[in-house]
Design a protein around this ligand. Structure first.
Ligand code: 5RP
Length: 223
């Protein structure tokens, strides 16, 4: 069973005719966006998407989903994936390096739904390192600040290019291991207070609903 597909397809039912939709990034939202494209074609609903990355922009084009921007429209509903989801629906995101624009779009949405397979559910965040988008010139002081906070930072290296991953915004991605995150709200705020950090991958207190693909069906958790 493809649990990401189950979650993505289910989330596409939450979109209403006329909605402006935040299009998340990753392999789970891939199914959401695909289903949304199908609905536009079959049901002739009129929606517009706001992509959160080049990946979701290109998929929107492929699926004939008209796109718009935050300058022109407010977001009615955003649907996005996650790397970890805790019991209060706080998230770690950014394995795809797209968390900056994802956060801007997801946080501005009237309704934010996270979708995932059940392996992403955790008691506490922290098994997964926290991704940070960092301007390249600031890496050294940012590393010092992260170490002072108990983190173990490393620059994310590219697989199909020499050197570091460069984000859609032209910055480095730093992954910082913190171990168990007891206070995601404080950590999200503290990480963004480090000069040179553009945005971090903790999404605290913003998720309205989780749609989780499970071996025994769909689990919907409302916050
Ligand atoms: C990208 C993200 C993704 O949404 C997150 O990594 C989940 O990805 P996937 O659905 O492929 O497991 O935050 O920056």
């Amino acid at each position: 069973m493809n649990l990401k597909k189950i979650a993505g397809f289910e989330a596409a039912k939450e979109v209403n005719d006329g909605d402006i939709v935040g299009l998340g990034t990753g392999s789970t939202t891939h199914y959401f966006t695909q289903k949304l494209g199908d609905r536009i074609k079959k049901e002739e609903i009129e929606i517009m998407g706001i992509p959160t990355s080049y990946q979701s922009f290109l998929q929107a084009m492929e699926c004939n989903i008209p796109v718009t921007t935050l300058d022109e429209h407010d977001v009615d509903i955003a649907v996005d994936g996650a790397d970890e989801i805790d019991k209060d629906l706080n998230l770690i995101k950014g394995k795809g390096g797209a968390h900056t624009l994802e956060k801007v779009v997801d946080y501005s949405a009237k309704i934010f739904i996270v979708i995932a397979d059940e392996t992403k559910l955790v008691e506490n965040l922290g098994n997964f390192p926290v991704p940070l988008e960092v301007i390249s010139k600031a890496v050294k002081p940012v590393f010092s600040a992260l170490k002072d906070m108990g983190g173990e930072p490393s620059i994310r290296m590219a697989k199909y290019k020499n050197g570091p991953v460069i984000s859609d915004n032209g910055n480095f991605i730093v992954d910082a291991k913190f171990g168990v995150v007891n206070n995601p709200i404080a950590l999200e705020k503290d990480l963004n207070a480090i000069p040179g950090v553009v945005e971090n991958g903790i999404f605290s207190q913003m998720t309205d609903k989780a749609i989780i693909g499970c071996e025994n069906g769909i689990n919907k958790i409302n916050f």
